[in-house]
Design a protein around this ligand. Structure first.
Ligand code: SF4
Length: 447
């Protein structure tokens, strides 16, 4: 049960020594209650405080790690129902299912492509996270062959799915040290699956047909010593999935109902591509911690990965790039200088258009708290003085023969202030839209 700030304060030393980087014990208690500090920051906390506060600050949704350390996937530990309340923490892991009934050579190609598939968007790498090796044949040999292929070729985290315990038992030693997730414990095989998970120190999926059964199953697994659990409750349609995911999240967060305080795995099977994207979107937006697709199609993955990136970005912290000078192309002493804000999207649009123009340019990114140009100007974060100071701090003045600075068109009003702050510079106002930047730069070079 969560403790209030006052209840936590009563357990602290009350000396206000400030060693926890907060001036008073009361302020520290408030931060603990808001889960924005950790008790370990107070070196004087008593054993009683550690026990009581530690138990109360246990995350309502367990953190579960899957996969080898170099490509570890972390899920769970979420604290809010809606991302605008704070932020969603660990993004949904995307997985593809590999049925062992398919030809191994074909699956080998898919695995290689899945491993390599990666794209960059606003400075982040997007890609697939997990492979689900599916024992649809219920036979040992094809499953083990596929596990070997997936493990050897990919380096990605693996989910092993089989209803045959012997098959799982034989596969797990092949993945020693790679922490696969095993699917699944059911009310019928809970003891044996718990034993297997504990023996190999791997996380375990708990699967049941109803929420009551699922809660009873996780309580049993927990009693048997399995703590790293992922929930699976099969549903007939996306509406049921949405409903069950929401009930589980609400039970964990609003009612601190421990038996459902685990991340969720959802399976999306293909009918037509639009339905796959729609169903997977529902799961990504509403509480699926792992979404398994039964098809590997890049055109389906792209929108899902972009959606996921947007959903799991902290709404209070716009994605930003470091404020500094970025040389685009190979700019020299006669190349122009462009200044803009450190909002990632702005940076990538502007740098992309500079590349398109073929005009090597020094791009000065001004610290503006991750805001776009007009917003930053309106908030006083992208002023003439700030731009001039960023250009001066960049050290470009000593490297340039021609001192030509181009400002975004939407903030033409700051050009006078920039000129005052940068004597000896020619200050130009560029286009408002980045799409017009390439022709503008070409004209500057030609002129
Ligand atoms: Fe209080 Fe501990 Fe912080 Fe010191 S370090 S102010 S005792 S909470």
């Amino acid at each position: 049960m969560a403790l209030t700030g006052l209840q936590i304060f009563k357990l602290l030393p009350k000396t206000n020594c400030g060693e926890c980087s907060v001036p008073t014990c009361m302020a520290f208690a408030m931060k603990l209650a808001a889960k924005s500090a950790e008790l370990s920051s107070c070196p004087y906390a008593s054993e009683e405080a550690k026990t009581t506060i530690g138990a109360a600050s246990k995350p309502p949704i367990r953190l579960v790690k899957i996969g080898p350390p170099e490509r570890e996937v972390t899920i769970g530990n979420e604290t809010v129902m809606f991302r605008h309340e704070k932020t969603f923490v660990h993004q949904t892991a995307l997985a593809i299912a590999l049925p062992d009934s398919e030809p191994l050579a074909e699956l080998g190609h898919i695995i290689a492509e899945a491993r390599e598939y990666s794209l960059e968007r606003v400075g982040e790498r997007l890609g697939l996270d997990l492979l689900l090796v599916d024992n649809v044949t219920d036979e040992m040999a094809p499953f083990l062959e596929l596990v070997r292929t997936a493990a050897g070729a990919s380096g990605m985290g693996i989910i092993l799915r089989s209803s045959n315990l012997e098959v799982l038992e034989a596969a797990l030693p092949l993945l020693e040290g790679r922490r696969p997730l095993i699917h699944a414990a059911t009310p019928a095989n809970a003891e044996a699956m718990a034993k297997l998970a504990l023996k190999h120190k791997v996380p375990l999926v708990a699967q049941a047909d109803s929420l009551d059964e699922l809660a009873a199953l996780t309580a049993k697994l927990s009693k048997l010593g399995v703590q790293d659990i992922v929930l699976d409750i099969p549903a007939d349609n996306p509406a049921s999935t949405l409903q069950q995911n929401t009930i589980i999240r609400k039970a964990a967060l609003k009612h601190t109902f421990e038996p459902l305080g685990y991340p969720i795995i959802n399976f999306v099977s293909g009918r037509d591509p639009a339905s796959v994207v729609a169903d997977a979107t529902t799961c990504i937006c509403k509480y699926g911690s792992i979404v398994v697709l039964d098809t590997f199609q890049l055109e389906l993955l792209l929108p899902l990965m972009m959606l996921r990136q947007n959903i799991f970005t902290d709404p209070q912290k716009p994605i930003q790039v470091d404020p500094k000078v970025y040389p685009i192309g190979e700019p020299g002493p006669d190349s122009p200088v462009i200044a803009t804000t450190n909002f990632s999207l702005t940076y990538f649009l502007v740098s992309g258009e500079i590349e398109n123009s073929g005009v090597p340019t020094h791009l000065v990114i001004v610290e503006s708290e991750g805001m776009s140009v007009l917003t930053a100007w309106a908030a006083g974060k992208f002023t003439g003085a700030k731009v001039a100071s960023a250009v001066k701090a960049s050290g470009l003045e000593s490297q340039l023969r021609k001192r030509k600075l181009i400002l975004p068109g939407y903030v033409a009003q700051i050009s006078g202030e920039v000129e005052e702050g940068l004597p000896g510079w020619e200050v130009l106002v560029g286009p408002g839209e980045s799409v017009d930047l390439a022709p503008f730069l070409k004209r500057q070079v030609a002129g």
